[in-house]
Design a protein around this ligand. Structure first.
Ligand code: CMP
Length: 141
């Protein structure tokens, strides 16, 4: 089915000037960018977004990193978009990511791993609503 998923180009990738390269990976995989904006996360926003990780040992470093510079947030649409995006991103740890994936090609460490992508339909819907409360356009043709 056609799905929508939520994606972040993280501060490391924005700083490396590879937003376009990452967007090309999405497009080449058949994922359409149907909403996008650049923003600087506040600690409050990052904390709410990553609340599920609050008790994890990496939480504070994660919030420091995600607020260290601007990010691009986008909504990707396509057949099986949630799983497709996770395939294109590669494993969370770039050292374990398959060759040719975004994380294998553009990231080195699990802390600074270039991209985030929703892991399930429920989180995709919640994450889209969190970052695009104004709504997202209807399906593009
Ligand atoms: P992301 O998909 O944005 O969700 C939480 C982030 O925490 C994850 O990507 C990683 O960048 C980061 N992180 C750091 N250490 C770990 C870890 N041990 N397991 C999972 N995520 C981690």
């Amino acid at each position: 089915a056609i799905e929508r998923t939520f994606s972040i180009v993280k501060p490391d990738a924005v700083a490396k000037n590879i937003i376009g390269k990452i967007y090309s990976r999405f497009e080449e995989a058949g994922l359409k960018i149907v909403a996008a904006k650049m923003l600087q996360l506040t600690r409050e926003q990052a904390g709410e977004f990553y609340a599920v990780h609050k008790e994890r040992p990496f939480y504070n470093d994660l919030i420091d990193f995600m607020t260290s510079g601007p990010v691009m947030v986008q909504v990707l649409e396509g057949e099986n978009a949630i799983a497709k995006n996770r395939e294109v991103m590669g494993a969370t740890n770039p050292q374990e990511a398959a060759p040719g994936t975004i994380r294998a090609d553009f990231a080195e460490t699990v802390d600074e791993n270039a991209v985030h992508g929703s892991d399930a339909p429920e989180t995709a819907a919640a994450e889209i609503a969190f970052f695009f409360p104004e709504g997202v356009c209807e399906r593009l043709r």
